[in-house]
Every structure is written in C-alpha cells, then in structure tokens.
Design a binder for this molecule. Sequence first.
Ligand SMILES: [Zn+2]
Length: 362
Amino acid sequence: MRGGIPLFRFRGIQVFLHWTFLLLPAYIALTGVSEGSSWPVIASDIGQILIVFACVVLHEFGHALTAARFGVATRDITLLPIGGVASLERMPEEPRQEFWITVAGPMVNLLIAGIAFLVLAVMGLAQLTTELFGDISSWTGVLTFLVVANISLFLFNLIPAFPMDGGRILRSALGMWLPRPRATRIATVIGRILAVGFVGYGLYSGAAILAIIGVFIFMAAGSEARIVQQKADRQSLRVGQLVRNDLIRMEPTATVQDAWNALTLIDQHTLAVTDQGLFRGLVGREELRSALQRGEGVSMIGPLTRHVPSVAVEESALTVLERMVQEQLHAVMASSNGAQVGVVLRRDLEKALGPIGTSRTA
Ligand SMILES: [Zn+2]
C-alpha cells in the first residue's frame, strides 16, 4: 500500500496520496448528489474531509520528526482513506524511544485542538467587546470543527490496541519493565478484549461502524504479535552461522583481467582480497567491469579493494543486517576472538532473515 500520487516533500519526507483516497471525496459527492444536497453543502463536506486529512498529515509528521530526533529516517507518509501511515525505516526497540515517537502523533492533534480552542475563546471575547473581527460566524464553524475533529483523532488513536498508537504506547510502557515479546503479548490480549467489547457493544447498540472497527482491531492485534515473535526467533540467529569460506581469494597484486575471469568462470559476484592469508577486503564484479571498460585490465586489484568492517561471530545476524542496510554495506568480515573466520554477505543474511521490514505507524 505504499506510493501513490506525490503531494509534497517536507524535511526529506515525501507525502503520497494513495489513489484509493480519491474514492472518499467521490463517495461524498455521489451520496450528496443522490440525496439532492446542494453543491455548497457537498463542497463543505469535502472541505471537512480535507481538513481532517491535513490534521492526519500533521499527526504523521509528529511521528516522523520525533523519529528523526532518534536517528530513525521515515521513507514516506502515505494517505489512505482510513488514515495516514508513516513508514519508518525501523521502530527503535528502546521502549522510551518508541514511546515518544508514538505519543508525538496524538499530541499534535491535542495541540491543534488546543490552539483552535484558544482562538475561539479569544474571538468570543472579541465579539463580546467589539465587532472588531467583522462576521466571524463562518470562522467559528471551522474552528469548532477543528477542535472536535482533533479531539476525536486524539481519542481514537489512543485506543490501547494495535495498530492504533495507543497499542504501541501501552506496549512501550509495559516494555520498560518486561521483555518486548512479553509486553507485546500482554498489549495484544488487552487490545483483543477491547475489540471484542467494541463488537459486542456495536452489535447490541446497532452501531455497525463500532463493530467493524472491533473486527479490524482484533485481526490487526494478532499480526503485530506475530511480527514481534518472528523477530525474536530471528534474533537468535548468529552471524557465525552464515560465514562463507567459499569465496575466491586473490592477492592484491592480481590483475583486474584475471580477477574478472575467475569470477565469471564460476558465476560469483564477489571475491576476497587476501594478503599473506589475511583478509583485506572485497572486490565486486561491477568494479571489475568498470575497470575493464576503462582499459585497466592489467592494473592490480589492490586499489579497487573495498575494506569492510569486522563483526564478531556471536553477534545477532539481525542486528548486523540492520547495520548493513543503514550503512549500505554488502559484506562484513566475521571474526572470532580477533581472528578472521570468513566473509558474511548481505544477500545471505537477507535470504536467512527475510527483508527487514519498515515499521508502519498509523
Ligand atoms: Zn499515529
């Protein structure tokens, strides 16, 4: 559900409008016309939707800009008819950071409601004393709507169930005392109990929307628990289990042409450059290809060697993969007690762990 119509970019974060979003004003216009509403009424209904979504965008930037403070980039913000989604590069597992990133969204709505309320109060006073501001009735309507809409957004997002912000806030609060998978399980159970309550109350009172929201929350709660459990399972994989010793080794004095021939012969992408048995770095097929195109076939591969950082074999494979993605590394050297053991390639890590997903925050 990523991508869509690019709207604008702020602080390096692209905001997209998912095409399904357009169904919303279309639906309002259609029902308006079929009910015989006048165009100004329909326009004001659509205007209200646009105001709500402008507030949703600000809410998402609350998450994204707080995440940026903790060094977490946001890939994009996408507006769907059901709300906004900020795709964070990752969600910090430090409960305190997850807490602030999550809380920042609803706080934006509270802030907007507060400001609108203050302006209303000031305008009310102004109207009492003089008619300085002229006809303010149309503005009070918009401001009242801003207060109501943002308080609703604030309360809705604080429902303590995944995928609502409230679920994450609850989990991060529990996570300050409990291990993350356990905190997630407890938050999931609380969310599910609430969801069942919504469905029950919705059916009992005839509020279909509430029942639908309940079903949606119930299903989404389980998926967050699964993601965290899978991640805990994957966390147990160590780098040492993925060390490769089958890379071709060549001395830095070997020629580009020889290295290219050796790699293409066995259809590999990377070779290890070793100097007197010690690993110095890697050379990839792409670098060799460009060197050949520059007519440097007889040059040595030494200067083309990319030095790669070293990690301990007992490190978590997932942590190393996350670091490699962040630092755009394709390989690392694995070492045990300071001695080199072999090379670990990013694609092997990705194959073993699956792609490390972005974290979506509504
Ligand atoms: Zn949010």
